[in-house]
Each structure stands twice: as C-alpha cells, then as structure tokens.
Write a protein that binds this ligand. Structure first.
Ligand SMILES: Cc1cc2nc3c(=O)[nH]c(=O)nc-3n(C[C@H](O)[C@H](O)[C@H](O)COP(=O)(O)OP(=O)(O)OC[C@H]3O[C@@H](n4cnc5c(N)ncnc54)[C@H](O)[C@@H]3O)c2cc1C
Length: 380
C-alpha cells in the first residue's frame, strides 16, 4: 500500500528520510520553507560517523559517492593553548574512514539527487486527526492532507506543537561564527596553523575553533558563556549592533584579549559574523504518540553542536524510512512509527546527556577540562 507521506524540512534528516523512501520506490512529498537549495549559505563542514551518518548514506545507496566527495584528512585535530603552544596534534591514520568531513552543501546536493522537493513551502501548522488524515497548513494559505507527516523542520519546528509543548531554551553559551576564504593563498600562516582539519583553543569560559571546509574555506567559531542579551549589555550607549561586522569583530577581540596574535588573526581576517546563541530541547524529550505525526532530528532532540546532531538526524531518517516502506497497511504504519519513536527518543536522550556534559567541559571555567575530554575520545 502506498501511504501519503510528507516530510517537512529538507535538512539532513528530511532529505535522508526521503532518499531512503525513494530507494524503496515509495513516493514522498518533501516540503521545504527555503525558496531554493542555495537560498542561504549551507553552513560549515560535518563529520559523518561510520555507524551513524555513513550508515544512513549506505541505506540510501550513497556511501560510495560520499566517500568520493568527503575529506578523511579533515579528521585531523590540533589543540593549542591561549599562548599559541600546540598541546595536541592528532592526525588520521592512512585509510581511516571513521569520521570524514563533508561540506553541508555537498551533502545536501548528494541527498537531493532525483528528489522532487517543493521549495518555498513553509509550513505554519499541522493538525492531526481530521477526517481525511493529517492536515498541513502553509504560509501561503494553502493546505493539504497526508497519512503521515514527518517533522524534520529543525530547532524551531512548526510540526512539534502537534505532539509536544516543549520549546528550546538557551544553554547560557553563545557562538559567533565567521569565515575566511582562499585561506591557502590569502592567509598561508593561518592555513598552516589550522592544518588539514580543525584547530581549537580553549580558555576560561570561552573557546575558538577553526574548521577547514573544501576549497580553502575556513569556518571560525567563537564560543563563550554570556547572557542571551550580552550584546545589549556591552559598555556602549546603544549596545552592540550584531549586523555591524567591525563592531562585532572588536567585541570579540576584546573578549579574547591576551590570546596569541596568530589565533586572534582568525577573528581579524573573518569576513561576516553570524550570531548563534545555543539552544537545546529538554532532556529527555518525549511525547505521547499521536497517529499520523512524528519528528526527526533537531525537531525531536535539539542538542549542543558536538558532532552528533546531523549524524543522528540522518540515521533516524534512514531508519524511519525503512520501517515505513515495510509497513503494508495503516495499522502497520502507525505501529512502525510508534516503535521508531520509542527507540529514537531513548537513543537521542543518551546523546543529549553526553553532548550537554561535553559542552560544559568545552566552555568551562577550567580549560583543562576541554583537553581532558579530547584525550578521552580521541584514539591514542
Ligand atoms: C555550528 C554548528 C556545527 C555543527 N556541527 C555538526 C557536526 O559536525 N556534526 C553533526 O552531526 N552535527 C553538527 N551540528 C548539528 C547539526 O547541524 C544539526 O543537528 C542538523 O542540521 C539537524 O538536521 P535536521 O535536518 O534535523 O534540521 P536542519 O538542518 O535544521 O534542517 C531543517 C530544515 O527544515 C526547514 N524548515 C524549517 N522550518 C520549516 C517550516 N516551517 N516549513 C518547511 N521547512 C522548514 C529548514 O529550512 C531546513 O532546511 C552542528 C550545528 C551547528 C549549529
């Protein structure tokens, strides 16, 4: 039986779900709010783990294409102290494919492949239990019904309220992102400092991380503990204008004052600055099953960005798609979704605890905590 299935959101969760269903010849409607794939910058690089993101790509029949695109050398990780002394310098072993990196834009295009995504279809509300199924309302006033609506619409999900009253809360930690282009030719000293993968410096309640993407592009993340309105409380008459790149740059340089000059060059040469306060959902996040609606990825379990969110999102997308494709009738479909939710919420709850504790150590009053965390997880 062909169920009428819609997935809301064309991020890693939604596209993996749709692509695996497509592989099983099951139709699926992908509804994405962005007007086009390249409407926004796609964001930084992702490391896809062998048993999570890569497993999901395997289920979609895309593992070989991923391996051709991904950067195993991006697994390199270097940690410096605030004086610029190299404390750790991990290099992947030859043939190590445990966590290769891929640009988000490349991953999106890989997953998109033959999928027929309906762009510019922002969803405002999902209403389960109508006579004809689950009703989806769109920002343009249109509406449509489906047998199953999968909310893969990220942190600020519009599907989530159909299942749960939980909303994301601020962690007390803010990230400001900037980037450098053509680093090998324009900033060769920084290119050497960063190496082939990531470089991080951990200080008291703050850190700076630089990650190499493909094509000489580098993303730099400054993380620090601060109230949500930190930018309005600065010693300036009108507070800090977050759209004023030079003002944000000088605030960050003041925040990291005293750190080694080459490390601060990452901020001095950054182009635009994007403000990203870190929000999370309560842990565990569960809900009473509602027939016809479910969640995947950040919509279900927004957690700190410690290299797991996209991996879980993709694995869940693949798992749900396989269960749904194998469900012959409406009752089987509902049972498949219920079983999936039970497993997903339990596993995501475990990861949310791990990443929450990890974030506390990476942005800690005691910077040795960050180093100790890496020593625990990096292969020796
Ligand atoms: C700085 C940073 C670095 C990270 N690094 C990593 C990493 O290295 N590894 C890792 O595993 N994870 C990482 N993460 C986490 C990862 O980005 C997320 O967990 C992942 O993107 C979740 O995927 P998703 O598909 O659930 O949601 P999203 O990626 O948020 O996708 C949601 C999609 O839904 C669309 N949408 C939203 N609302 C609507 C609506 N109302 N109607 C229709 N469409 C809608 C959006 O436009 C978007 O396309 C990082 C996060 C951050 C912030």
């Amino acid at each position: 039986m062909r169920h009428r299935i819609a997935v809301i959101g064309g991020g890693p969760a939604g596209l993996t779900f749709a692509r695996v269903l497509h592989r099983h010849d099951h139709p699926v409607t992908v509804l994405e709010g962005d007007p086009a794939p390249d409407a926004r910058p796609p964001g930084g690089t992702l490391d896809l783990h062998e048993r999570m993101g890569q497993l999901a790509l395997d289920r979609a029949g895309l593992l070989a294409e991923f391996q051709a695109l991904s950067r195993p050398e991006g697994q390199a990780m270097r940690i410096l102290d605030a004086d610029g002394t190299v404390l750790r310098d991990w290099q992947p072993r030859p043939g190590d494919l445990a966590n290769p990196e891929i640009d988000r834009g490349q991953l999106r295009d890989l997953l998109l492949g033959p999928l027929d995504v309906r762009w510019g279809r922002g969803v405002t509300e999902v209403v389960p239990g109508t006579r004809d199924g689950v009703l989806v309302r769109f920002a343009d006033g249109r509406q449509e019904t489906f047998d199953l609506v999968v909310g893969a619409d990220g942190a600020w999900s519009r599907v989530r309220p159909a299942l749960s009253s939980a909303t994301p809360h601020y962690t007390g930690i803010t990230m400001v992102e900037t980037s450098l282009d053509d680093v090998d030719t324009r900033h060769p000293d920084l290119a050497r400092l960063i190496g082939d993968g990531s470089m991080a410096v951990y200080g008291v309640n703050r850190n700076l991380v630089a990650q190499r993407n493909s094509g000489g592009h580098v993303k730099v993340y400054a993380q620090f503990r601060a109230p949500l309105d930190w930018h309005t409380n600065l010693d300036r008459r009108a507070g800090l204008d977050l759209d004023d790149a030079e003002a944000v740059r000088s605030s960050l340089l003041a925040l990291f004052d005293g750190w080694a000059a080459p490390v601060l060059d990452l901020l001095r040469h950054g182009t635009a600055f994007v403000h990203r306060p870190l929000y999370v959902l309560p842990v565990p996040h569960t809900w009473t099953h509602v027939p016809g609606v479910t969640l995947l990825g950040d919509a279900a379990h927004l957690m700190p960005p410690l290299g797991v969110g996209a991996n879980l999102a993709m694995l869940e997308g693949a798992e749900l798609a396989e269960s749904v494709a194998a469900a012959p009738g409406p009752a089987d479909l509902d049972e498949a979704v219920r079983a999936f939710e039970e497993q997903m919420c339990a596993r995501a709850g475990r990861w949310a605890k791990i990443t929450t504790a990890g974030l506390e150590r990476l942005v800690s009053p005691d910077p040795t905590q960050a180093l100790a965390l890496f020593d625990e997880v990096q292969p020796s």
